[in-house]
Write a protein that binds this ligand. Structure first.
Ligand code: FNR
Length: 185
């Protein structure tokens, strides 16, 4: 079957540039892969008191979703030089209960973007810090820090920058090579 890749976007807003990048990636998913956007905005803040009888259905569903995926792509903005809380929360939710983390050993990539020049570098690397702990082997190269993201899309949300399109295509080719080191299907 196809290799199942979940895409996580660290922004909830409708017109999110990061969501536009994720949707573009989905539109160019390599052959043999199924890319899908995974919702994270429905998850209540992680609270260990909810484990057990009171476990929210959305936690259960989310953990099952993560378990069924083979690989992950995180596409995130930077909030105050770090990872948006909603994305950190999603990682936390599927990292518990202790010993039953769903992220384990599945390959990933991190793409950050920003309306500014630095391209979300701080968020990109803070996210990698958490991914080390949940044992997610994250592609080192190529790195993806997409700056001035607002200039890359038209009013309809279409990617209009050819260099970025080529970069993302090459990025996914490298990611497939990375994934196939871990996933045999
Ligand atoms: C930002 N933004 C931002 N940009 C940046 O480059 N570094 C930063 O530390 C921050 N901090 C920050 C905090 C908060 C709370 C918000 C809402 C925004 C700006 C950010 O790059 C911009 O809003 C992007 O458009 C957010 O990504 P989406 O929502 O378009 O995907």
């Amino acid at each position: 079957g196809n290799i199942q890749v979940g895409l996580f976007v660290g922004s909830l807003r409708k017109e999110s540039f990061n969501k536009k990048i994720a949707n573009y990636l989905i539109s160019i998913a390599p052959k043999g892969y199924e890319y899908q956007l995974i919702e994270i905005g429905q998850l209540p803040f992680y609270n260990e008191d909810l484990e057990g009888d009171k476990l929210p259905a959305v936690y259960k569903e989310f953990r099952a979703t993560i378990e069924a995926l083979d690989a992950f792509i995180f596409v995130t903005p930077e909030y105050n030089r770090s990872v948006p809380a909603v994305l950190k929360n999603a990682i936390d939710v599927a990292s518990r209960p202790y010993g039953k983390a769903k992220w384990n050993k599945k390959p990933a990539a991190v793409i950050s973007s920003s309306i500014g020049a630095i391209g979300g570098f701080g968020a990109n690397h803070h996210l990698r810090q958490s991914l080390v702990f949940v044992d997610v082997p994250t592609m080192a190269q190529p790195e993806a820090y997409i700056g001035h993201v607002a200039k890359l899309f038209d009013e309809q949300g279409k990617l209009i920058n050819e260099d970025t399109a080529k970069f993302l295509e090459d990025y996914l080719a490298a990611f497939s090579t990375w994934v196939e080191r871990f996933v045999k299907k």
